[in-house]
Write a protein of this length. Structure first.
Length: 334
């Protein structure tokens, strides 16, 4: 029989409690380490951080900017990083989107180190990056972004687009302050594009009508959250056509309560209309064009071009006439 001195009991209990606590602390610490490791390793970038910041709910961004790029366009991405993305706005989150299926090991390594360095790549492992998969790329991207991020608006543009993000944010505030409860589909619209039957953008199974439905051309357009959500939720049953912008116009066609905002300040057609100081987005720029446009914008304190010029005419979209008559080009419009 052990005989414990009663006056030793509290001391013994306290020692045992301390040992128990120490062990629990070690376990808790180990769990934390494993959790953080798994989090960093497997969740998409920023997910861990935003979860921590807002304890469970997603951090809300005003604008998500998706810049469609391709594996080898590092120079373009770096140019955008140091030009129009250089002034980092905390409410804006940007991603360069790249399909990485079947890329070469060297390309994969380069992309991995770029991803680590800049933390702004959205890599799509199940997408082969090519002209022919652009629509799928946009669809996968909208799905991924909808799944992992909360935001008010989304911009889709290309890595040869120059975007004045602060102007977009200002215009969005203005649009919202009008108290509209409508969804926003904002860009440079075309309603009279005839279905292409040859060339890189040919549509072999567009059988709905002679023209595409009105759509915002692909060099840059903006969608409000609910439109992205609609597309993301229906991604599996949507018909994909060759052109991503044509497809988005088609997907959003049946929705009520949507404002299709045609804006001549979006120089987002497949060929640039020239240079105007009114432009918010300019498309089809070479790396050199983009650098000099940005330099000029900085030194001139807000003008894009030393001399405005026009390569082709523009139009105000007329929504009161049939789409085939929507878009009469005139020389007085930027
Ligand atoms: C749209 O077309 C109608 C009919 O031709 C015309 O009366 C109207 O002024 C046009 N609106 C715009 C904004 O061009």
């Amino acid at each position: 029989m052990t005989y414990l001195r009663l006056d030793l009991m509290p001391k013994l209990q306290s020692i045992m409690r301390r040992r128990f606590l120490a062990r629990t602390n070690v376990l808790a610490f180990l769990f934390a380490v494993v959790f953080v490791f798994l989090c960093v390793r497997y969740l998409p970038e920023r997910e861990c951080q935003s979860n921590r910041q807002t304890s469970g709910s997603k951090l809300k961004h005003r604008l998500i900017a998706l810049i469609l790029s391709s594996p080898d366009n590092l120079e373009r991405r770096n140019t955008i990083r140091k030009t129009w993305l250089a002034e980092h706005d905390a409410t804006v989150k940007h991603f360069f989107v790249i399909g990485t299926q079947d890329i070469l090991p060297e390309q994969r390594n380069t992309l991995q180190s770029e991803k680590q360095k800049f933390d702004d790549l959205l890599l799509l492992p199940r997408l082969q990056d090519s002209y022919g998969t652009l629509t799928k790329k946009v669809l996968h991207t909208l799905k991924a972004v909808h799944e992992h991020y909360d935001f008010d608006y989304l911009l889709k543009c290309d890595d040869d687009s120059y975007v004045l993000v602060h102007k977009i944010l200002k215009e969005l505030d203005k649009w919202q302050s009008k108290g509209t409860k409508r969804e926003l589909y904002w860009g440079f619209f075309n309603g009279r594009a005839q279905v292409k039957r040859s060339g890189p953008w040919k549509e072999t199974d567009w059988i709905l009508c002679d023209y595409y439905l009105p759509y915002a051309v692909g060099g840059g357009y903006i969608l409000s959250y609910n439109l992205v959500e609609f597309i993301a939720k229906n991604a599996d049953i949507l018909k994909l056509h060759n052109s991503e912008d044509v497809s988005v116009g088609l997907w959003l066609a049946p929705l009520a309560n949507i404002e299709r905002k045609h804006d001549v300040r979006f120089d987002t057609e497949y060929r640039s209309r020239g240079c105007s100081n009114q432009y918010i987005i300019t498309h089809k720029l070479t790396v050199q064009n983009m650098l000099s446009m940005h330099d000029y914008y900085q030194t001139s304190l807000g003008a894009l071009c030393p001399k405005e010029f026009r390569n082709r005419m523009s139009y105000q979209y007329n929504w009161t006439v049939p789409p085939s008559q929507c878009c009469n080009r005139q020389s007085s419009i930027p």
